[in-house]
Design a protein around this ligand. Structure first.
Ligand code: ATP
Ligand code: MG
Length: 360
């Protein structure tokens, strides 16, 4: 356990993660997870399961949150995340995050949090109306703490997370300026050198920053019923892909190669020559039907997912193994987050007594 963190500790650190509101889908793969699988060889990687934040929209479904948390770990393993290289942990078992959330909540004007476009969008598309909990917008502040507790240099995420990252950067700057005497003209990259506790982390948006869902409109999202999951069978994939709406009437009608279907062509068909050919014929209306393109897209997705489905089988049914991975990850995550919290508390005059924390 400690050997992994020691081996990684001189590498640049990244943090990212997922909320257990369902299982992982293709959007996660192209937006963030594919990059994580690469970075675990070169970076000190922390992957958070934001299970407390899942309560913002599902407080009445704790059993489902617990189930999804464990299922996402299985998805990680299936997608190629290696717990011997990366630290996979539970937000709920790292108390430093909650403590930092409280401190950071003082550094952000309430109106600033509510102006976050991703938050506004979620309130709309998830039909939260006006009766969302006080905790719902608090998650945006909490996410700044999820990130900063690990003092990462980068956060690999999809496009929708960029506003959250902007908020995180603001919190980090403000903290460093208010409590660490970092001047307000200091460049972001120089904050730590100037004595700041927090680096100003960058968002690293994946190759496809926003994969559209099979509804052809909203972002593919686990809570919107428009997702292709990595556990879907070839048949389910074909069925879902066949529903992607383009509005095109006939194979001889010149088609729009920026439509939802062609976003899938770009994201999942590997051969650039074939992609170019499909685009050429589709845009000219050269007898290329949507149905044909959909079959090719579904096959390409199945080729990507099939090995993940296969690998996932190794981890099905055995919660003990998953819990061991999390136990190990939580211990490592606490070691890092407690160090950050101690520095932050020291900086703002709360450094009274040392403490230690163990995961049983
Ligand atoms: P929810 O519906 O609960 O918000 P989600 O599907 O949006 O779930 P998150 O857990 O919020 O998933 O996001 C996890 C990570 O995956 C984030 O970095 C997010 O930007 C990325 N991501 C999610 N959906 C997509 C998508 N459709 N395209 C690209 N990246 C995505
Ligand atoms: Mg989301």
């Amino acid at each position: 356990m400690s050997s992994t963190s020691e081996r990684n500790s001189d590498r640049p650190r990244i943090l990212t993660g997922d909320t257990p509101t369902g299982q992982l889908h293709l959007g996660h793969w192209v937006g963030s997870v594919r990059r994580r699988v690469e970075l675990q060889h070169t970076h000190d990687c922390y992957f958070i399961l934001a299970n407390l934040h899942a309560f913002t929209t599902r407080a009445d479904a704790p059993a489902a949150i617990r189930r999804d948390t464990l299922e996402i770990v299985r998805d990680y393993l299936a997608m190629g995340i290696d717990p011997a290289k990366a630290t996979v942990f539970l937000q709920s078992e790292v108390p430093a995050i909650s403590e930092l959330t409280f401190l950071f909540a003082m550094l952000l004007p309430f109106n600033r949090v509510m102006r976050n476009p991703t938050l506004k969008d979620e309130i709309k598309v998830k039909n939260l109306g006006e009766n969302y909990s006080f905790g719902f917008p608090l998650y945006a502040v909490g996410q700044t703490a999820d990130i900063l507790a690990f003092r990462p240099v980068g956060v690999p995420v999809g496009e929708d997370q960029v506003p959250h990252l902007e908020l995180t950067r603001e919190v980090a700057r403000r903290f460093n300026q208010m409590y660490c005497a970092v001047g307000d003209t200091i460049e972001d990259d120089d904050h730590v050198r100037e004595g700041g506790v927090f680096p100003i982390p960058r968002a690293e948006v994946g190759a496809v920053g926003r994969l559209v869902g099979t509804d052809g409109v909203q972002k593919m999202s686990k809570s919107l019923g428009n997702a292709i999951f990595i556990t879907d069978s070839a048949k389910e994939i074909r069925k879902k892909v066949s529903k992607i709406y383009t509005g095109r009437q006939s194979p001889t009608e010149p088609g729009d190669v920026t439509n939802a279907l062609f976003q899938y062509v770009d994201a999942f068909i590997d051969d650039p020559a074939r992609v170019a050919e499909l685009k050429d014929r589709y845009s000219r209306g050269d007898n290329l039907g949507d149905g044909h393109v959909k079959v090719e897209v579904a096959e390409a997705i199945d080729r990507l997912i099939a090995p993940m489905r296969e690998r996932r089988k190794e981890f099905e049914g055995d919660d003990g193994r998953i819990l061991e991975i999390l136990r190990d990850g939580c211990a490592r995550a606490n070691a890092t987050a407690e160090r950050t919290l101690a520095l932050a508390k020291e900086a703002c005059g709360l450094g009274f007594f040392p403490r230690s924390l163990t995961i049983g």
